[in-house]
Design a protein around this ligand. Structure first.
Ligand code: GDP
Length: 594
């Protein structure tokens, strides 16, 4: 059966290239919303953290009806740390909508996700967006897109992609630049014409792979899946072919399709439909919903192995439990194991201590997002310094995880960035000068070289740099990376300011120094004026987020204190320290060793 009434398309774009604005426009113009109904919330980024970090963590589905054809648009997560998810999404769709900013051109994220789409053999439609920008460079950007397709090994069919020109902001698109657009109809029509219809046998045994999970207070776990073959009705018995090879049977309580941003109940789903299903108690991502009489699991999708691990533990400091809602090891355990259900690249291991868990994931950002999410939910915990996971080849040589790193920076910061990356054992593999003041640099870098790099990079490029990375593979260990030195306050020649600062550290655990105050850095010796052991102070001075490497007796100007971010804490943490995470603060402290 050919589903001429259905198209499934993934939407791919670098952050800020206009994905959300375009989907908003498509929703409005398809009449999926009634005239008096507002698109209350911006379509895709509903999760706070995603909006702040400008990345999409969980993929979302939007359903539009146009000329009697249902178009399911599946958003792709922008960050490469969740690459297993990108690959799963590619199995749900038959084509992709590639959105590229008319001034910026294809960026790192465009490349990473497009590569997955090409590998999955999807048919692309290219939309050059923001053609209303005064600094647009449409012809060049089109060339860059073509270069990218060639670089990614697109086949003839994929190279024959249509290009449309759009201003998502104005809600218009055209086939030719000279034309004046009046609506987004060219995009709708191109999707119908160029994205293949789903095909399959509706009478074959049911097969649908669970690509994501959701939770609903009332109905429990909701599985999102695309029907590969067969047909399923609400209320019918289905089997779930589990990843461990077993088969469990459930009743598919309810089925939903996507209408706009809402889920609407449907009675039956068949070949190509993307559905949400309730009633499957312990279904997991990657498992197949199949025929109970004739279970036929789909091949499982490969998920990249974790490359970085940290210990998560209950906060055992004397002040523990004052700021968090969830503080016990039971809370922590339950939350981590729940996370495993939908965060497929994550691993959680228990240890001899019920308070300590080893959590492994796909890089620093992957773990940071989990920590930050838990913090916002009211958890209080402590985490150790992240460590990369090594492997060994047959000869016993150490291998380490390497990442592909793509950086876009204004030319003037290129030297500084290359130097900083050199220290971190990165090897440059490509450099493109776009001639518009920006340079793209590509590297292969040890994963450990990236720990803490993001905040250093943003400071170094004054916020103008953009970086993205993706797992490359394991390779020979590249040798030690020197750790950044930290200065610490000197207590000997204490002027009043330093005295006062130390007092504050002691009393409040945080150092407040007026902007412009000078303090000396160097090794701290002895005890402070109140006879307290200075070691504690040395540790706590790390609350200063801008302490850089400095020699003894060197003067350091400190900026006004500000809160430590998780990235900064992870960058500064030493082996014998923990980062204490509470809903109110993030701070470093010495580990209380038994
Ligand atoms: P996303 O991160 O890909 O979802 O991008 P958004 O849709 O959030 O858009 C990022 C920014 O670009 C927002 O400030 C939009 O208003 C702006 N934007 C989106 N489309 C256009 C366009 O066609 N022209 C111009 N000038 N700006 C646009």
């Amino acid at each position: 059966m050919k589903r001429t009434d259905l198209r499934n398309v993934a939407i791919i774009a670098h952050v800020d290239h206009g994905k959300t604005t375009l989907v908003d426009g498509l929703l409005r113009q398809s009449g999926t919303f009634r005239a008096n109904e507002q698109v209350a919330e911006r379509v895709m980024d509903s999760f706070d953290l995603e909006r702040e970090r400008g990345i999409t963590i969980l993929s979302k589905n939007t359903g539009i009806t146009y000329k009697g054809v249902r178009i399911n648009i599946v958003d792709t997560p922008g960050h490469a740390d969740f690459s297993g998810e990108v690959e799963r999404i590619m199995t749900m769709v038959d084509g992709c909508l590639l959105i590229v900013d008319a001034a910026e051109g294809p960026m790192a994220q465009t490349k990473f996700v497009l590569r997955k789409a090409m590998e999955a053999g999807l048919k692309p439609v290219v939309v050059i967006n923001k053609i209303d920008r005064p600094d647009r460079r449409i012809a060049e950007v089109e060339d860059e897109v073509l270069d990218l397709f060639i670089e990614l090994g697109a086949d003839e069919d994929q190279l024959d992609y249509p290009v449309l020109y759009a201003s998502a902001r104005k809600g218009v698109a055209t086939y030719r630049l000279e034309e004046e657009g009046k609506d987004l109809q060219p995009i709708f029509d191109t999707i119908l014409e160029r994205i293949p219809c789903p095909e399959g046998d509706p009478d074959a045994p049911l097969q649908a792979m669970v690509t994501s999970l959701d939770y609903d207070e009332y109905v429990g776990r909701v599985a999102i899946a695309r029907v590969r073959q067969g047909t399923v009705r609400a209320g019918q018995q289905v089997a779930v072919a589990k990843l461990d090879g077993s088969v469990a049977k459930f009743r598919a309580a309810q089925l939903f399709g996507f209408h706009g941003l809402k889920r609407v109940p449907v009675e039956v789903a068949t070949v190509g439909d993307i559905i949400a299903m309730t009633g499957l108690e312990d279904v997991n991502i990657g498992e197949t919903i199949t025929d109970p009489e004739n279970p036929q699991p789909l091949p499982p999708i490969k998920v990249d192995e974790p490359t970085l691990q940290m210990t998560f533990r209950t906060n055992d400091s004397p002040f523990a439990g004052q700021e968090g809602k969830y503080v016990t090891s039971r809370h922590l355990r339950a939350r981590l194991f729940k996370e495993l259900e939908r965060n497929v690249a994550l691993r959680v291991e228990e240890t001899d201590s019920p308070d300590v868990f080893i959590v492994s994931g796909r890089g620093e950002l992957h773990l940071s997002i989990l920590i930050e999410t838990m913090r916002r939910e009211g958890y209080e915990l402590a985490v150790s310094k992240p460590k990369v996971i090594y492997r060994y080849d047959e000869a016993g040589n150490r291998l380490e995880p390497l990442e592909e790193l793509i950086i876009d920076v204004p030319e003037e910061y290129m030297g500084a960035v290359m130097e900083a990356l050199g220290i971190r054992k990165a090897e440059m593999t490509n450099m493109v000068n776009h001639g518009n003041g920006n340079v793209r640099l590509e590297f292969i870098i040890p994963a450990r070289g990236l720990v803490g790099f993001r905040s250093e990079f943003l400071t170094m490029t004054r916020g103008y740099g953009v970086m993205h990375h993706m797992f490359h593979g394991y390779g020979p260990y590249r040798g030690e990376i020197p750790t950044r030195q930290r200065g610490s306050l000197v207590a000997s020649e204490t002027g009043t300011a330093t005295q006062y600062a130390l007092y504050q550290i002691q009393e409040r655990g945080t150092l407040f120094i007026e902007p412009g105050t000078e303090v000396y850095v160097g090794m701290v010796v002895g005890e402070n004026s109140r006879g307290q052991d200075m070691d504690v102070n040395v540790c706590k001075t790390k609350h200063l987020t801008n302490i850089r490497a400095a020699g003894a007796d060197e003067k350091l100007l400190l900026d006004p204190p500000r809160k430590l971010t998780l990235e900064e804490a992870l960058e500064q943490i030493a082996d014998d320290e923990l980062v204490e995470i509470t809903p109110k603060s993030i701070r470093l402290r010495k580990q209380y060793l038994d």
